[in-house]
Design a protein around this ligand. Structure first.
Ligand SMILES: [Zn+2]
Length: 306
């Protein structure tokens, strides 16, 4: 291994370590957190959201079966979501679309042995890395992995509806999917949309802004977040404005970091200077701001390809 390769491997290990912090959950903590507190709410007819704490999973119900977006934190939580779906929909779950490989969005995959699992090809790669790092048993790994991957986009046709699964580039992770149902003008954003919550960028990219722009250009009125708690069920029509506000947080930080780079600041100076106190009351600001500034500084400085 050359010195550069070794250094890159080291950086990768650091990055995966950071991923794992959000990704891994001790099973005991996850079970305790579950406690079947999640709830299922209708957004518009045929579209539902299951929420447990800050996490949201999308549910598309058609006359030929159900599509779930993100399995959430654990087998127990996913089973609870499935119980509520069964009571509300009386339809089999046909597909599970996974957007973020982070444990709090994917550990529930094991509760969907009967569904076809779909994820972006980089979702699959990052999920595999995370499972190996966590020394997950082979059978559990097999039960978590997607059955189908895609690179740019794919469509499912179910109950007379086209369900588009789109790659919008690097965002909250490098393998996020967004799910668009044109007929109902609704988009499931997963963790590409933090509704009223400070964005977590531990495995994210400054290109997240472009991914949101791609979503906002879709012919849609409703944008379902993956992170909240969100008023999406009570105010679905307010979700476009909420997504625009979430985008603005990223834009303001990017502009702040760009200004620091333009005046020759180091990463540490950028962290000290880009405070944007107008966002300090958002949940996650204290914990995540410095990390977001660092990630943006590194992306903008190195001109990471989008
Ligand atoms: Zn995440």
């Amino acid at each position: 291994m050359s010195k550069t390769t070794t250094f890159l491997a080291f950086l990768l290990a650091l990055n995966l370590g950071a991923l794992s912090m959000e990704a891994s959950l001790s099973p005991v903590a996850a079970q305790a957190e579950d406690a079947q507190t999640g709830k299922l709410e209708q957004i518009i007819p045929g579209h539902f959201v299951y929420s447990s704490g800050a996490r949201l999973s999308g549910i598309i119900v058609t006359s030929q079966g159900v599509v779930v977006v993100d399995s959430l934190s654990s087998e127990a939580m996913a089973k609870h979501e499935r119980q509520l779906i069964a009571a509300a929909a009386q339809q089999p779950i046909r597909y599970l679309i996974s957007s973020t490989f982070h444990g709090n969005y994917s550990l529930g995959n094991v509760a969907y042995p009967d569904a076809i699992k779909i994820g972006h090809e980089l979702y699959k790669a990052d999920l595999l890395d995370m499972m190996k790092m966590d020394n997950m048993p082979a059978a559990q790994q097999a039960a978590m992995l997607p059955d189908q991957t895609f690179r740019d986009r794919m469509s499912i046709f179910l109950g007379g509806k086209e369900i588009q699964i789109l790659y919008a580039g690097r965002a909250h992770t490098r393998g996020d999917s967004i799910v668009f149902v044109p007929q109902d003008r609704i988009v499931y954003m997963s963790e590409v949309f933090f509704d009223g919550r400070f964005p977590f960028m531990n495995s994210g990219y400054v290109n997240w802004i472009n991914a949101i722009d791609i979503a906002l250009k879709l012919d849609a009125d409703i944008f379902v977040p993956g992170q909240g708690p969100s008023p999406i069920a009570s105010n679905p029509r307010g979700s476009r404005d909420a997504l625009v506000r979430a985008r603005q947080v990223l834009v303001d930080f990017r502009d702040g970091v760009q200004k620091e780079i333009a005046k020759g600041s180091t990463e540490e100076q950028a962290v000290a200077n880009v405070l944007l106190p107008q966002y300090k009351d958002m949940v996650g600001y204290g914990q995540q701001r410095a990390l977001l500034v660092r990630k943006m500084y590194q992306d903008l400085k190195t001109g990471l390809p989008f």
